[in-house]
Design a protein around this ligand. Structure first.
Ligand code: IMP
Length: 202
């Protein structure tokens, strides 16, 4: 089976690809938008589910290849769930990762209430079937300052709690994928794919 990762974000794509390759053990051929380019997809939905579905549907309709999309948000309790669905453009349209992190730390100031959750929603769209949705969550907290150089986005300020007090950016890519919001959602997706492949073989 072939499927295509419906994301223009190279950091996310790297993670999705690594997790899926590890889980699917060579049983799927994974394509990306580098192999089959499609136009920019506007994320106009109001929820992570809406946006993930919108991206998976758009890429499936344009390429005809079963498509997997991820939409992710960081929800910070003291900020009433912000930046949430607006995580990519928290500091404004086209904001850099650094600018978003800076704004987040500024908004939180010195408050000790630093609980936050990372939530990933994976949507899968394939021929003549209902779209499927998979969700992964990790509850942790926001650091007082950025630490670590791995990963991307808010990784330098998100402390997942497991393992220990390190931020995502201080974990190796394998450690992050093992327990991350995206890893959890992708593993549910992989389980679904495995069950589909078993059905197809009978
Ligand atoms: P979207 O899912 O493309 O809307 O991405 C939302 C934004 O959340 C990204 O631009 C990143 O800043 C951030 N983000 C998504 N996934 C992660 C992650 O695994 N770690 C840190 N930041 C992330």
């Amino acid at each position: 089976m072939r499927l295509i990762l419906a994301t223009h974000n190279p950091d996310k794509r790297k993670e999705l690809e690594a997790i899926l390759r590890a889980e699917m053990d060579g049983t799927v051929e994974i394509l990306t938008l580098d192999d089959i380019p499609v136009g920019e997809i506007e994320e106009t939905g109001e929820t992570l589910e809406d946006n993930a579905l919108l991206k998976a549907r758009a890429v499936f309709e344009e390429t005809g290849i079963p498509a997997v999309a991820d939409d992710t948000g960081l929800e910070v309790k003291a900020l009433g769930g912000a930046p949430g669905v607006y995580s990519a453009r928290y500091a404004g349209e086209g904001a850099t990762y650094e600018a978003n992190v800076r704004k987040l730390l500024q908004e939180l100031g010195g408050t000790e209430e630093r609980q936050a959750s990372f939530i990933s929603v994976i949507a899968f769209c394939e021929i003549e079937k209902e779209a499927q949705i998979f969700r992964g969550e990790v509850h942790g907290k926001i650091a007082y300052e950025p630490r670590g150089t791995n990963g991307f986005g808010y990784d330098p300020v998100f402390i997942p709690g497991e393992p220990g007090d390190r931020t995502y950016a201080e974990l190796s890519p394998e450690e992050k994928n093992e327990n991350s919001h995206r890893g959890k959602a992708m593993r549910l997706f992989a389980k679904f794919l495995h069950s589909q492949l078993v059905v197809e073989q009978h």
